[in-house]
Design a protein around this ligand. Structure first.
Ligand code: HEM
Length: 330
């Protein structure tokens, strides 16, 4: 079938639709970063960092969340070098994605000048000197990207989640997880321990070479355009998962969003830490249904998804109605 997609707005054309088949299971789904992916609606994935029309709005939201709850940015003391490494790496990736507005230049005295014209920033600093930045490096760069940032330290043949700035978590908590090892972080996820997925992912990540960048996608569903669905704010959004089916079906379809995370995994060259970037995209079912191939595929995935996975994702109360609406929208 050929469908003209030229009329679609950017939020649909650039959406990283994640399903290669009509059924979904967990897998160690990693692939090299920076390779554009064509979808039925357009394309995504050319750069590690993605800036879109929501840039300023999402950064403002991040500032609000951090002001209300500073625990969303945390680091263990031994992660200082890794946070500098992460900041410089993200600056290079920002400059690669938006060369017309972002740059990182070296100065003869060993300093750097960071320019972000989208936010009107020109910052002179000296790598490693905390006093040369207005905030710590993780907090500094976290206020200029839409991605959540997590840093993993590798020691004793394991990876540990030892730093992060996470304001848009999909039903988990940075302050609960900080200091845990990779397998503990994934403790609550069904199936992946028994089937070896998470052990393979762990081994893969520990073998990443300096500078290597990979990516994967993950998905769930969220009621309303709510990026902050962390454990801390559960009382604000948890009950909507139950209530959303009580309204009329079209209203439900406007409120239910497919939430896709594009996750990048980068071995930092200086510190040896692994940088884990999580970018969350939300698309309402009403938009998704404008792409016929996505509409039928997501309906099939939702209908077939095993109950334990649906429960873990928190979508078990509405996924059948969502699948039925998608089928009827055809
Ligand atoms: C190849 C690498 C990875 C694989 C295959 C993987 C796999 C998964 C899977 C299957 C889930 C469940 C998702 C869902 O059903 O919605 C999950 C959740 C999660 N992952 Fe990963 N993951 C990877 C890398 C990472 C990294 C590097 C971190 C950072 C420490 C991380 C942190 C998390 C967290 C915090 C959750 C939520 C757990 C909870 O519910 O408490 N993942 N991961």
């Amino acid at each position: 079938m050929t469908t003209s997609t030229s009329h679609l707005p950017g939020r649909i054309a650039r959406f990283p639709f994640p399903f290669p088949a009509d059924h979904y299971r967990y897998s160690t789904n990693v692939e090299p970063a920076r390779r554009p992916v064509s979808t039925a609606a357009g394309q995504w994935g050319k750069h590690v960092i993605d800036i879109d029309d929501s840039y300023r709005r999402e950064l403002a939201l991040r500032e609000e969340i951090l002001a209300a709850d500073p625990s969303r940015c945390a680091q263990l003391p031994h992660m200082r070098a890794a946070t500098w490494d992460a900041m410089l790496t993200v600056m290079h990736e920002l400059a690669a994605a938006r060369p017309e507005s972002m740059s990182l230049r070296s100065t003869p005295d060993g300093g750097r000048v960071w320019t972000n014209r989208m936010l009107g920033i020109e910052q002179h600093f000296t790598p490693g000197d905390e006093g040369s930045l207005p905030t710590g490096p993780l907090r500094y760069i976290g206020s200029q990207v839409q991605e959540d940032l997590v840093l993993l330290d590798q020691r004793e043949d394991r990876l540990f989640l030892d730093a992060g700035l996470v304001t848009f978590a999909a039903d988990w908590s940075l302050s609960f997880d900080i200091g845990m090892n990779f397998l503990e972080v994934h403790g609550p996820v069904p199936r992946i321990h028994e089937n070896g997925v998470i052990n393979r992912a762990h081994q893969f990540l520990m073998r990443l070479q300096p500078g290597e960048a990979y990516r994967r996608t993950n998905w769930t569903m969220t009621v309303d355009r709510r990026l902050d669905t962390s454990t801390e704010t559960y009382p604000l959004w948890g009950r909507d998962r139950r209530l959303v089916v009580e309204g009329d079906a079209d209203e439900m379809a406007e409120r239910l969003h497919l939430r896709v995370e594009v996750q990048h995994l980068i071995r930092l060259a200086e510190s040896g830490a692994v940088l884990f970037l999580i970018r969350s995209y939300l698309l309402p079912l009403t938009d998704l249904a404008r792409v016929p191939a996505w509409r039928s595929r997501f309906a099939a995935v939702l209908a077939e998804l095993p109950q334990d996975m649906a429960e873990y994702k928190g979508i078990d109360r509405f996924r059948d109605q969502a699948a039925a609406w998608l089928r009827a929208a055809g």
